[in-house]
Design a protein around this ligand. Structure first.
Ligand code: 2HA
Ligand code: ZN
Length: 274
């Protein structure tokens, strides 16, 4: 029971359930991973049992020897809270970052998330870019953000600016903006490479006609980021449903004022004149 009582495991389960309750995880949609701290591995060490090494499908040397808690492929977020040992697993990576093995969970068989290459390549990028502070990668099927990928141009500048305008907190919560990945086949190395390229500069990417992909330091910040982006998307969907144009909005000059007071850097490329 110690494994399931560990704070990082409890935090992971709570976040998965929060996503389910938001309606972002129909059936087996979405996936979550957490880069476990050495002291957390130590805490549960006695309950780990190593399975067979398996290829990751990509190479992540920057994560060699690390442990991750991940949702299972084909598993339902809805079930994580009631049967975590069947729905999630902890994996260990080998010393080259080429293979993984399950060390806990998925007791009825199965594999880690189908998006494991995307998760690990993004963990590798964000670990480096954040000096090691980022630990959570989350993918969800956020309804309103997906809807917007049918009507907005698939450009980072447009998604960032339109969502910033929908709620004053947005530029403070995601000042570096949002990257947009065009429609791609999910689960493979190509979408992993395209996403990790964007995540070098952003903490949020949109997968066109598919969902959101976010990175953060802990469960609260990462869930909060997805929640904030999706809330802004919902406001934009509502606004566009009432009227195709805005009567008034937050202006580039007002964003610049906000940046000063809130001590954030808002790249000028998002503050274009319309
Ligand atoms: O089914 O969401 O992107 C899991 C997914 C794949
Ligand atoms: Zn998905």
């Amino acid at each position: 029971m110690k494994f399931l009582e560990a704070e990082f495991v409890q935090g992971f389960i709570r976040m998965a359930n929060d996503g389910w309750e938001q309606g972002w995880h129909e059936r087996n949609g979405g996936n979550l991973s957490y880069r476990v701290k050495p002291e957390e591995v130590e805490y549960v060490k006695e309950e780990l049992a190593a399975g067979q090494w398996q290829p990751i499908g990509t190479t992540v040397p920057g994560l060699a020897g690390e442990y991750f808690l991940v949702t299972g492929s084909g598993k339902f977020f809805r079930n994580v809270i009631i049967k975590p040992e069947d729905s999630i697993c902890m994996i260990e990576l080998d010393e080259n970052g080429e293979q993984y093995r399950i060390v806990w969970g998925l007791i009825n068989g199965g594999r880690p998330t189908s998006e494991l290459p995307s998760h690990l390549m993004n963990h590798e990028v964000k670990k480096l870019a954040s000096g090691g502070s980022h630990r959570v990668i989350y993918h969800a099927h956020t309804t309103n953000l997906i809807a917007l990928t049918f009507v907005l141009p698939l450009e980072d500048e447009v998604f960032t600016r339109e969502l910033w305008e929908m709620a004053t907190e947005c530029p403070v919560v995601f000042p570096s903006g949002i990257g947009v990945v065009p429609w791609m086949v999910p689960g493979g190395r190509d979408i992993a490479v395209a996403t990790s390229e964007l995540m070098k500069q952003y903490d949020v990417a949109v997968w066109a006609h598919h969902g959101i992909f976010v990175s953060g330091e802990d469960f609260d910040v990462t869930f909060g980021l997805a929640h904030t982006v999706e809330k802004a998307a919902e406001i934009l969907v509502k606004m566009l449903s009432m009227q195709s144009t805005k009567r008034q909005t937050i202006t580039p000059a007002q964003f610049r004022d906000l940046a000063v007071d809130f001590k954030v850097i808002l790249p000028e490329r998002f503050l274009y004149e319309k």
